[in-house]
Design a protein around this ligand. Structure first.
Ligand code: AMP
Length: 328
């Protein structure tokens, strides 16, 4: 699929001696895996090119994948190609120096909120951006080189963004891409240990979530994680935010969300919205956010606004339940 745009991207890569890779703020496994994986593929294939991945944003749970490149002078960007992966809108690009690049390519699997870049390869039905990078490799495997390290980065994003190959969007193509990566000899036991083992203290926090979680009238499960709760369990914002999956298996609750109080001057609250059967992105988009149909992010600026979002989500779920069958 999309062979023409993939060919354009490969041709553009060949044209440039210097390439910068970019990804979204609040790193996750998919944006880290896809950028590190493509960087490694390009370095193996084109050893004479300089490939940079520079980003101040770091996710603690992905540190095992290793560090990024040191910052470089601004003038280094000006004759380079930029490739932005897994980022729907420009405001979410983490390293703002992307504007300095001579040309820009967007590779993404989010619902497109805006167009940017000189070449765009967007497939919103892909389970991850990493799947797209694996597909890019597979399409040109007679020209591109891969190894276990590159495959491990890319597989990491495929696993995390698809909920271990569980979410909507996973299809035969996903597993064929994953198979290509596994053929490189990925140490999946160590990878899963890095990604999914939890500390004793964190499990205690999860127990508290189960104690405090609430449900709206029509089945939206939610929890408010204010600063007091974060302090009580000695959690970073990233750790507090990671618990969204805890609410994902409640029968009849076809949407679930966590509200995490940020530590910024605006008293903003990060909202992580998830759902099955019903698309939840319209609610995220109404509250300064976006993402995927079943996994979106938003921001609200008070607990009252959080309650308002919940009322909207509840009405949305009610409407869905009244007009659809087969959900559970
Ligand atoms: P999160 O719960 O923050 O992991 O977000 C779920 C998905 O929605 C991820 O793929 C994010 O990249 C995306 N997302 C989160 N916040 C926003 C936003 N404000 N605008 C667009 N996409 C977002």
């Amino acid at each position: 699929m999309n062979k023409i745009v993939k060919q354009q991207i490969l041709d553009k890569i060949k044209e440039y001696d210097k390439i910068f890779l970019f990804r979204h703020i609040r790193n996750d496994g998919d944006c880290v895996g896809s950028t590190k994986g493509l960087k490694r593929i390009l370095e193996l294939t084109f050893p004479e090119k300089k490939i940079y991945l520079i980003d101040d944003d770091h996710a603690e749970y992905l540190e095992f994948l290793g560090p990024e490149d040191e910052a470089v002078e601004d003038n280094e960007y000006t004759d380079a190609l930029g490739i932005v992966i897994d980022t729907a809108s420009e405001k979410r690009i983490s390293n703002k120096k992307y504007t300095l690049c001579k040309e820009l390519i967007k590779i993404d699997h989010h619902i497109p909120l805006e167009n940017y870049g000189d070449i765009m390869w967007v497939e919103e039905n892909r389970s991850s951006a990493c799947e797209m990078i694996a597909d890019f490799y597979a399409t040109f495997s007679d020209e591109l080189k891969i190894d276990k390290e590159a495959a491990t980065y890319i597989y990491t994003g495929m696993v995390t963004d698809s909920g271990r190959f569980k979410y909507e969007g996973v299809n035969g193509e996903t597993l064929r891409c994953a198979a290509t990566l596994l053929d490189q000899g990925i140490d999946t036991e160590t990878l899963y240990a890095h990604l999914y083992l939890e500390s004793f203290g964190y499990l205690k926090f999860k127990a508290e979530i189960y104690r405090r979680m609430q449900i709206t009238e029509n089945g939206v499960a939610y929890i408010f994680i204010d600063k007091a709760m974060q302090n009580e369990f000695n959690l970073t914002l990233e750790q507090a935010s990671a618990c969204v999956g805890t609410l994902d298996s409640i029968r009849d609750c076809i949407s679930w969300m966590v509200f995490i109080e940020n530590s910024d001057a605006e008293n903003s609250i990060r909202v992580r919205l998830r759902s099955r059967f019903v698309a939840i992105n319209p609610i995220a988009e109404k509250y300064n956010g976006g993402g995927h149909a079943m996994a979106s992010g938003a921001t609200v600026y008070s607990w009252e606004e959080a309650e308002q979002l919940l009322r909207d989500a509840d009405a949305h779920v009610k409407e869905y339940k009244e007009t659809h069958e087969g959900w559970l």
